[in-house]
Design a protein around this ligand. Structure first.
Ligand SMILES: [Zn+2]
Length: 467
């Protein structure tokens, strides 16, 4: 084989094969030529990119050649990935929420009631329909537009006011974690509140996974007869902010014999004597108290005739008798009692006329009069349950400075509750009564309520909230 016959090969394998076959036949020179060519090929081979990078190179090349298409495809790919992630999150959420927001199942004894989730869970608070509970437990229910009362007995009751941070449990005002919802005669109360307020007679169970509430009566058996345990309420798990104090230890001492007056001082049913009369709660123009009785003329200004509702009148007589007997009268007498609607109207219109004469317009005059006088129907005096005192020494009419300095005021402040009267517009409760302080104005409410208010330091508005 001649030099010229050395085959021109292209592949490594062919070169290696040729070299191997030729070795024995080729001389040194020929071999060196072959080897050097082989080495060159080796060098070239090192420049060949590794096979796994081939695709990437293709992509890069494609991207370089078609920049716009590459950008569009990349954006589309990112958007698709995001959409898939969002879809998964949404699906998981929807599934979980629909699971937990399913209807609630309330069980009152044997009766099962399904309630839509959004009707019984408000602002993440689980509520119980108090009317359903009252029906189940035979509690009596009374209420107004904004307040509902649930009564087991005279001293076991609950009171809820719409959107209030307080509730009443047995004459105590307590803070509650979430407000009640009172609307259209319906009352929803947080489950956490009612389940804590009930001290005995009922058991409460709730399951926030299966969305169930189970309320059962507690029973006991005597001689094979099953009875329901009495339902009682307790403030133990609540913060009490105001309460009617017990008057169990209060003893009533009188100077004169009041036995003939006690049935009036302490009427069996004192509810008619707790009427609230003010600008927001006016009496009708036709309201006249039943059983009006004249106050003895010796207790009034000379020549004046004043009347009160009969119980209030008899209680007033007993009170003034004792005040006189203790030489505490100091010349005090009654200067106002029952005032009819017609009287209030005449007075009111007379005041307006005075201003009109001074050049005020009718509406300006009324605005001026309302600064110091009650609109007809809004005066408590129409109830026939209150009196104003004055003393012979008070030449400037009714004013706090003069009356407060009398012995009569001191005595009435300390003793009027024994006769069923309260200082109706105290100095420290003007924001609650919406009335200026009136040291001379005493109101009959009956001895039980008057004593409870006196001992607890409550004005009528506060007291009525608690009963
Ligand atoms: Zn008065």
């Amino acid at each position: 084989m001649k030099k010229n016959d050395i085959p021109k090969t292209n592949t490594d394998e062919e070169i290696k094969e040729t070299a191997a076959n030729a070795e024995s036949e080729l001389n040194e020179y020929e071999l060196s030529v072959l080897r050097s060519r082989y080495d060159e090929l080796d060098d070239d081979r090192s420049k060949i990119p590794p096979p796994e990078k081939k695709n990437q190179n293709k992509l890069v090349k494609f991207a370089k050649k078609n920049t716009l298409a590459a950008v569009v495809i990349s954006v589309f790919a990112v958007a698709l990935a995001a959409a898939v992630i969002l879809l998964v999150v949404y699906a998981v959420n929807t599934f979980l929420i629909s699971e937990s927001k399913r209807d609630y199942r309330f069980t009152f004894g044997e009766e099962e009631i399904k309630v839509k989730y959004e009707e019984t869970v408000i602002n993440d608070v689980l509520y119980v329909d108090m009317n359903k509970l009252a029906e189940f437990t035979q509690m009596s229910v009374s209420g107004s537009a904004e307040t509902m009362k649930y009564i087991v007995s005279a001293d076991q009751y609950l009171k809820f006011t719409d959107d209030s941070e307080y509730a009443v449990i047995n004459a105590s005002k307590v803070s509650i974690s979430a407000p009640a919802v009172v609307k259209d005669g319906k009352c929803l109360v947080p489950y956490s509140v009612i389940s804590k307020a009930v001290a005995s007679g009922l058991t409460f169970k709730s399951d926030s996974v299966r969305n169930t509430v189970d309320i059962k009566r507690v029973t006991y058996t005597v001689d094979d007869v099953e009875y329901n345990e009495d339902i009682t309420f307790s403030t133990e798990d609540f913060k009490v902010v105001q309460a009617i104090q017990s008057t169990a230890g209060v003893e009533f001492e009188y100077t004169k014999d009041v036995s003939a007056y006690l049935e009036y001082i302490d009427p069996r049913d004192n509810s008619p004597y707790l009427v609230l009369v003010n600008a927001d709660n006016p009496l009708s123009s036709s309201y006249v108290p039943q059983n009006l009785s004249a106050i003895p003329s010796s207790y009034t200004a000379i020549g004046e005739i004043y009347e009160l509702e009969n119980c209030a009148a008899q209680a007033l007589i007993a009170m003034i008798r004792d005040m006189n007997a203790e030489s505490a009268n100091n010349g005090a007498y009654v200067t106002s009692a029952y005032r009819s609607y017609a009287y209030q109207l005449a007075l009111f219109e007379g005041y307006i006329e005075d201003y009109v004469k001074k050049g005020y317009s009718a509406s300006e005059a009324e605005a001026e009069v309302l600064k110091t006088s009650a609109r007809p129907g809004t005066s408590e005096h129409q109830s026939g349950l209150c009196v104003d005192f004055i003393t012979t020494a008070m030449k400037n009419g009714l004013n706090n400075d003069d009356f407060e300095s009398t012995r009569a005021f001191e005595w009435l402040s300390k003793n009027s509750y024994k006769y069923g009267f309260i200082l109706r517009y105290p100095e420290d409760k003007t924001d609650l009564t919406s009335y200026s302080y009136e040291s001379w104005h005493f109101r009959f409410v009956g001895r039980t309520a008057a004593t409870e208010m006196y001992v607890s330091g409550l004005c009528l508005e506060e007291y009525l909230e608690l009963i």
